[in-house]
Design a protein around this ligand. Sequence first.
Ligand code: TYD
Length: 201
Amino acid sequence: MGRGVFIALEGIDGSGTSSQRTALATALRGRGHEVLETYEPSSGSIGRLARSRLATDAVPLDRRALALLFAADRLDHVATEIEPALATGTVVLSDRYLMSSWVYQALDCDPQWVREINRFAPWPDLTFVLDVGAAEAMRRVAGRAGTEEIYETTPLQERLAAGYAGFARDPSLARVQRIDGSRSMAEVTALLLDACIAAGL
Ligand code: TYD
């Protein structure tokens, strides 16, 4: 059995990574692939701890400590979920991964240090950056239930969008594609599926 393919979905809050994770997984299963849907912060103990400290009403956490939690959660996620699935030939679709730390934690930590603490996280086979304007993305976030989180303000999302845009066109990063996330849900899924098929899935 061949090794699976590791796909990361990235983008600012409200860009649609969670909805597209489910929709793309369904589409890939329809093509006969075994798919593991997963996400970061993960469902593991470190991931749950990180998520609990993202709420605006939580006791604030030092931003470097938060960056370390995301990095620790990632290594745990890779070891316990991602690698074992890839080893059995499963397609792994993660809603957020390494680029989330590069973009979000770079808001208030040294970007080189953020890269360094994530050095052992393997680079995905495919990274899709869902591109949606910050104002539109914040409208989507405001319209859904859930706890308000520390990054969910339009000025911060504008900075995050700029961060993602930079990485999406960085030629030194392998297999990163920008996807127009402002289209309808079904159109975005179709764009993602086309890109997966073009990549050999
Ligand atoms: P998100 O997937 O948006 O969670 P939900 O919409 O279910 O609340 O992720 C939670 C937040 O965590 C989001 O604002 C991005 C942030 N985040 C980081 O800052 N760094 C990371 O490495 C990861 C994985 C997420």
